[in-house]
Every structure is written in C-alpha cells, then in structure tokens.
Design a protein around this ligand. Structure first.
Ligand SMILES: Nc1ncnc2c1ncn2[C@@H]1O[C@H](COP(=O)(O)OP(=O)(O)OP(=O)(O)O)[C@@H](O)[C@H]1O
Ligand SMILES: [Mg+2]
Length: 316
C-alpha cells in the first residue's frame, strides 16, 4: 500500500476574474518510507496539492489517499496519518511552546506525550524556549515549533511545505538530521523546497510540477544522469553577447552556462573571446539538479522531456 496516492487530481479555482486550473490530472504514489521531493516554480500548485492532501481544500476531480484512507470519505484517519508543516507561519499567540505541543497532542488524542515532546524540543533546538510565549519567538523559532507540532503524534507520513524558507544554516542542518532520522525509522516524507541542493541531497525520488501538471517524475539519480552536460561557471563584469545571455543563469557577477560536452565548452569560450568578455574564476563542473530543473521548466510544454545542451550548441 502506498503511503500517499494521488489519482487524477485536478483543482479549479473560480473567482471574479474567471477560472484557474491550479492542478490538472496529477497522479503519483509515494511509497512507505520514501523521501519524496515535490518541486516547481512559484504558483505551480505544490501547496494546493498539499492542501488537498490535508483535507483543507477539495479536489475538483480525482482521489487522494493517505495510508489507504480516502481524504474525504475517511478524513479523520487520513489526517491522523499525516504531520504537516505548512508554508505559512500560523500559531496561537496565547500559548507557550510546550503548551502548543500539548494542545496539538490532545487534538490527535495522544495522552502522556511529555517524553516525545521533550525529544522534539531537544531535537529541534527548542529546549530553552519551552516556556517562551509563541509571540516572543523569532520567525525561524516559530518554524521550528511548526515542525514539532506536525510531529507530536508520530505520523507515518510527514509533509514539509518549504520548511527551510527563512531558516538559518544551523537549523537547516538540525532539521534535516532530525527528519532524515525519522525517515530511516520508516516515516515517509513529502518535501517541497526551492533549495534544490536540499532536494538533491535528501530525496530518493522527485516530481516536478509546472502549471499544475507533473512534467517530470523519477529517481533523483536518474534525473541527474539525464543532465550529462558540462556546466561552465565564471565571473565577469562585462555584458554577455545576447545569445549567451539568453541561455545563461546569471546571479550578480556569476554566470553559468550549460553545455553538452567539451566541444560545447569550447564554443562558449570562443564566443566569449570574440565578444571581448573578460572572464575570472572559470570552472567547469557537472550539471546539478538546478540545471535539470531549469531545463525541464524551460521545456516548451508540460510533458516535454528534459533536454540537455543548448541553443548555442545547436548552432555551433
Ligand atoms: N485559494 C485560492 N484561490 C484562488 N487561487 C488560488 C488559491 N490558492 C492558490 N491559488 C492559485 O493556484 C496556483 C497554485 O498556487 P500554489 O500556492 O499551490 O503554488 P505553489 O506551487 O505552492 O507556489 P509557491 O512556490 O509560491 O509556494 C497559483 O496560481 C495561485 O495563485
Ligand atoms: Mg507553496
């Protein structure tokens, strides 16, 4: 039995300005004990899919099951099987951290939960904040509490919707150690993140959503192997020639250009030379998940396969 099963899920939002198809025929399973990544640009439908899983939104079409329980017909059992860390920071300002976790335990009918609550506080670096009021916590601390809240009832399926947005490096590491340990103990994890290096490091399989459709779904290793290209990275203060600029990933002074092979690297270097672009700190490396993601998202239509290589090479 899969831990989570999405079958033909569609969601249409109807508003004053017409209708929006936020999800369109999404089908995939997450197996028990899997660490599964759901990636996609802003507005792709990730949170909508998670809201449907959590029973917070209704699918327009399709079925969703958690540990075999239909999220509509068997809501309570489905919800009990899930621990969800929401993307938005939501909390009750009147309670302390420990009270918040006790109330959440009570909500799931879990009694005598103090030992596990202590473990959560310890594991998430909240031990010294147990008596602090929720409104006194910093944003990152509140997010830690949200993670603890999702885990109070030791759910078999853990769902993390961008848990590391706005979170410092230390907590990221603590959080991933903690979640990876739960995963090793058999909990399935569904993670959405815009930090693709996190997804690459943690997820065994990854689905990519674009405009409400699954445009890629495979083992992380397979997705990475499909991007056989070489990635050229360099710094420059000069503008790139237009055809290079169109395919480069530019972050401040840093530019990255994907190429298929050594000949592609040479073609890019030759083009930079003839354009008089002065280059510093040149490196050639393997493509990473971010390259795979961008090439899939730039693919013309949903369902189009990932393409390695570039327009420049096609002309070269
Ligand atoms: N309650 C709502 N009413 C109308 N439209 C909505 C509602 N919730 C989401 N949408 C729209 O549905 C689409 C998908 O949104 P969603 O929040 O699922 O994206 P996302 O993949 O989680 O994005 P992000 O990475 O920014 O969190 C967007 O176009 C969004 O504007
Ligand atoms: Mg979202």
């Amino acid at each position: 039995m899969p831990a989570v099963s999405f079958q033909g899920v569609a969601k249409t939002y109807t508003g004053a300005r017409g209708t929006l198809r936020a999800l369109d025929g999404v089908s995939f399973d997450i197996e028990e004990g899997e660490f599964f990544g759901l990636l996609g640009p802003n507005g792709a439908g990730k949170t909508t899919l998670i809201s449907i899983l959590a029973g917070l939104a209704r699918a327009t079409e399709g079925r969703v099951k958690v540990m075999g329980h239909d999220v509509r017909e068997d809501y309570a059992a489905a919800r009990r099987s899930l621990g969800i860390v929401p993307q938005e920071l939501v909390f009750d300002p009147f309670f302390s951290v420990r009270e918040t976790l006790r109330i959440q335990s009570g909500y799931f009918g879990v009694k005598r939960n103090e030992a596990w609550i202590d473990e959560l506080l310890q594991g998430l670096g909240l031990a010294d904040k147990a008596h602090a009021n929720m409104r006194q916590l910093s944003g990152g601390m509140k997010r830690r509490v949200l993670v603890a809240q999702a885990l109070v009832h030791k759910p078999p399926v853990i769902v993390l919707d961008e848990p590391t947005a706005g979170v410092d490096v230390e907590l990221r590491q603590t959080l991933w150690q903690f979640v990876a340990q739960l995963n090793r103990q058999g909990h399935a994890v569904l993670l959405t993140t815009h930090y693709l290096e996190e997804a690459e490091a943690l997820c065994g399989r990854i689905a990519m959503l674009k405009q409400g459709r699954v445009v890629a779904l495979d083992r992380t290793a397979t997705l990475l192997a499909a991007a056989q290209g070489q990635m050229l990275r360099f710094k420059t203060d000069d503008p790139l020639p237009p055809e290079l600029a169109a395919q480069a990933r530019v972050t401040g002074r840093m530019a990255q250009v994907a190429t298929r092979d050594a000949a592609g690297v040479e073609a890019v270097l030759a083009r930079l030379r003839t354009a008089g672009v002065r280059v510093e700190d040149l490196e050639i490396g393997r493509a990473d998940l971010e390259d795979v993601f961008l090439s899939i998202m730039q693919g013309a239509r949903p369902g189009a396969p990932a393409v390695a290589g570039s327009a420049l090479e096609a002309r070269a």
